[in-house]
Design a binder for this molecule. Structure first.
Ligand SMILES: C[S@@+](CC[C@H](N)C(=O)[O-])C[C@H]1O[C@@H](n2cnc3c(N)ncnc32)[C@H](O)[C@@H]1O
Ligand code: SF4
Length: 316
């Protein structure tokens, strides 16, 4: 069952500066302040209460790097206390035993760790180093009762390691999702790393690897994977991505839109990639009380009229 989700960008600050970060590269998203986090914990609490009443069921917390907000675990705990499910997107660099204990106490359901650096990997030594460092906390998170999903960014550099990473991640007790590295044509690294430069044979090779992995794995024996547990969904998604890049396919509809996003400046948007569309601001009680109807009013997004390459990373 898919719970009705909302997304909160807790901060736009980040401890990394990934060359591909679409928060910096997507013209529709470059509007955010980094000096301070505009949304107080109290205001977010009010928001969560209203969202629960309006039928939302699951909060996805992201950034920037959400864990840079010192009260991030407690904010998650406020959502949990209202009966909402919770998931946290992170680059995975800021975990400590103390942070994990606070997240577990807050009742966090899931963590999703992005392997951002792997998109730029140059050789096996680097791969081993980065993979080990970024999956270092998976066991501790699982032991604390938090489900873990890993996000693997496919690029010309990382594609060789996709199948291997998938197996290793599953051995750690986590599921893995993939998403292509989006880079605009004029950004350094486009020629050598962007998914948009991969050849048809590259995509077909990845598909063959994934098909073989799915065929030889008994996924029913792993039903306790809480996050990214459905390999057939992964296969379907990879086929769709290949078709977009190789044949210029477009989706008939956008399964993610309209969706409620609260950006780090407190504005409501109906899509992760359409920050030009604004449905209100968290400071206004009236906006908060009406947010679902304003977001749902963007029904035209469902027909995917504005589908762009950036959208692939959120598309399911
Ligand atoms: C903006 S990040 C914020 C959360 C956290 N800092 C992280 O990196 O997971 C949200 C997601 O967007 C992904 N992302 C950012 N830029 C991207 C790009 N150009 N192509 C593909 N995925 C991208 C990240 O890998 C991550 O999974
Ligand atoms: S860690 Fe996430 S938010 Fe930070 S720069 Fe990288 S992709 Fe962007």
């Amino acid at each position: 069952m898919i719970e009705k989700p909302f997304f909160v960008i807790l901060t736009n600050r980040c401890n990394l500066a990934c060359p591909h970060c679409y928060n910096e590269l997507d013209p529709l998203k470059i509007v955010k302040s980094k000096e301070q986090d505009a949304m107080s914990r109290e205001r977010l609490q009010f928001l969560f209460g209203q969202l629960k009443e309006q039928g939302y069921e699951k909060g996805f917390f992201s950034g920037g790097e959400a864990l840079l907000r010192s009260d991030a675990p407690e904010v998650v705990g406020d959502a949990h206390a209202l009966g909402l499910k919770t998931a946290l997107f992170t680059n995975g660099h800021l975990f400590t035993p103390q942070i994990i204990a606070r997240l577990a106490r807050a009742g966090l359901d899931e963590v999703r760790i992005s392997l951002n650096e792997l998109a730029w990997i140059r050789n096996r030594d680097q791969y081993e180093h980065v993979f080990a460092r970024q999956t270092e906390w998976v066991s501790a998170l699982r032991e604390a009762g938090i489900g873990v999903g890993i996000i693997f960014i496919i690029s010309q550099r990382s594609m060789l390691y996709m199948a291997e990473s998938h197996e290793r991640v599953r051995q750690l007790g986590a599921g893995m999702k993939i998403q292509p590295l989006y880079l605009p044509h004029d950004v350094k690294g486009y020629q050598s790393a962007a998914a948009g430069r991969m050849a048809e044979g590259d995509w077909n090779g990845l598909l063959t690897e994934l098909e073989s992995l799915v065929a030889r794995t008994d996924f029913t024996a792993e039903s306790d994977f809480e996050v990214y547990s459905n390999p057939w969904k992964l296969l379907r998604y990879l086929r769709f991505v290949r078709d977009v890049y190789v044949m210029g396919a477009r989706p008939d509809f956008c399964p993610t839109g309209p969706l409620l996003i609260v950006d780090s400046d407190g504005y409501f948007h109906p899509c992760l990639f359409r920050f030009d569309l604004v449905c209100g601001h968290i400071a206004s009680d009236a906006d908060v009380r009406a947010v679902r109807s304003r977001v749902d009013g963007h029904e035209e997004l469902r027909r995917a009229p504005c589908f762009r390459e950036e959208c692939l990373s959120a598309y399911r």
